[in-house]
Ligand binder design. Structure first.
Ligand SMILES: Cc1cc2nc3c(=O)[nH]c(=O)nc-3n(C[C@H](O)[C@H](O)[C@H](O)COP(=O)(O)OP(=O)(O)OC[C@H]3O[C@@H](n4cnc5c(N)ncnc54)[C@H](O)[C@@H]3O)c2cc1C
Length: 413
């Protein structure tokens, strides 16, 4: 699972729409409907029912069928009004888009609204001890028992699974079929006896992901997404959304804005506490120049070169991610450009790692109150390797680009 990024503020671009008119309509709606004190879920439900929860979603599913940039406009205006928007996180950027693509109307009816209101938190149960890059080699089994499927197996690296209400799960339903067939895609309730979630401690000392053991865990047949044993196609959809780097951002809130905003702020604090090292994972490019200045090395030509190289990469990464996002916003399915964006983020994180190391030297190994930036730089150095692994490794992105963009022959199996 990748990509919780810091909110750098709105970047609005609503081509082919009357941007001002839509903004004006929304502002009027907020003026008429926003009351700072009340219940967060009731407020989010109101946004959803009016189609303003995510205006890029289809009209019949809490949206208005507008371009993705309208979602950013809504968040921008809600912030200005001292209000709060819908929930954020894995459920919004991985699960909801997959459900919109593949779920039945009955499933959308059950799952989408509680995702928007934040009542249900989700996690991704894809990777296994022997199935990461080679995900289709997964061994977790699902066997039919009446109206239910019985699940046995082990998953690993599952971010946020310890807090999730539901997981998107891949399990093998046909042992005889070839590797990419015979896999089904389920929505599994996490709070049940057959599921044990054990947090894993990382080398940066955070514990954001887990091992998940499934022992006779149960999923109702109505929670199968797509056809039986044809879940690989659904999984590809989730993976493409994951690679595209279109992460949900930590929401911004104004101070002293009433009860609803305070509840939303507490919810975001709790959710993002799991991912508080993610900005360090991305390399903290924004600290490179201040660190050069703090350590009084601004005349060092090598460090000046490092800083400008990072800035160039960072800017290209932003443009590439925006291109992927705008492609999505204009209705294109996520494609190989997501792999370019993902790879770009890794290259940038590595360049940041190198620059921070050159600036700080051996002090970068120090943690604790009197270490540089209270251990933050050490956390960058220990976290950036994860950027090249999560959501598909660099090598896998290169394979995708080689095949899908350069048209090279497929790698030998
Ligand atoms: C921060 C983080 C969060 C994560 N969150 C989740 C989550 O929420 N849910 C989830 O299901 N998973 C999650 N993962 C797991 C992640 O998707 C896997 O770690 C990733 O897909 C790589 O799989 P692996 O670790 O098994 O490595 P492997 O697949 O064993 O790869 C080992 C090495 O071999 C290389 N390699 C493998 N195959 C090839 C090939 N064909 N060609 C060239 N090189 C190859 C890889 O690039 C890598 O360098 C997370 C991982 C991280 C780091």
């Amino acid at each position: 699972m990748v990509g919780i990024s810091e909110n750098k503020g709105p970047q609005l671009n609503l081509p082919n729409m009357d941007t001002d008119l839509i903004r004006q309509k929304f502002k009027t709606w907020v003026t008429e409907n926003w009351k700072p004190n009340g219940d967060l879920i009731t407020w989010r439900t109101k946004l959803a029912m009016a189609g303003w929860a995510c205006p890029s979603w289809p009209k019949n599913w809490y949206g208005k069928g507008l371009q993705g940039s309208a979602d950013r406009m809504v968040n921008d205006e809600l912030y200005k009004a001292g209000s709060a928007g819908v929930a954020s996180g894995v459920s919004m950027y991985l699960v909801a888009p997959t459900l919109l693509d593949w779920a039945t109307d009955e499933q959308k009816q059950r799952f989408l609204l509680p995702i928007l209101t934040g009542e249900h938190k989700w996690c991704q149960l894809f990777s296994e001890p022997e199935a990461g890059s080679d995900l289709a080699g997964l061994k977790t089994r699902a066997e039919r028992d009446g109206d239910e499927w019985v699940i046995n197996g082990q998953k690993v690296w599952n971010s946020g699974a310890h807090k999730a209400d539901y997981g998107i799960l891949l399990a093998r339903t046909d042992q005889d079929a070839t590797k990419h067939h015979g896999i089904s895609y389920f929505v599994i309730p996490m709070k049940q006896q057959g599921i044990e979630t054990r947090p894993l401690r990382q080398m940066n000392h955070h514990a954001s992901f887990n091992e998940v053991f499934l022992t006779d865990a149960r999923v109702h047949k109505d929670n199968l997404i797509g056809d039986v044993s044809e879940g690989w196609r659904v999984a590809l959809s989730t993976l493409a959304h994951e690679r595209s780097g279109v992460a949900t951002r930590r929401p911004r809130f104004q101070d002293n804005s009433g009860q609803i905003v305070e509840t939303a702020r507490a919810e975001a604090d709790e959710y993002f506490s799991t991912y508080r090292w993610y900005p360090q994972r991305a390399g903290r490019a924004n600290l490179i120049v201040p660190e050069i200045q703090r350590t009084n090395q601004h005349t060092n030509p090598l460090l000046r070169c490092e800083a400008s190289a990072v800035e160039t990469l960072r800017q290209v990464a932003v443009w590439t991610t925006n291109r992927a996002r705008d492609g999505r916003a204009s209705g294109k399915p996520p494609g190989a450009e997501g792999s370019v964006a993902k790879l770009n983020m890794s290259v940038t994180a590595r360049a940041c790692h190198r620059a921070h190391t050159k600036i700080i030297g051996a002090n970068g190994m120090l943690v604790g109150a009197d270490s540089p930036r209270e251990g933050l730089i050490a956390e960058v150095l220990l976290s950036t390797p994860a950027q090249s692994i999560a959501g598909g490794t660099d090598e896998i992105q290169k394979n995708i680009l080689a095949e899908k963009i350069l048209g090279l022959p497929k790698e030998p199996v």
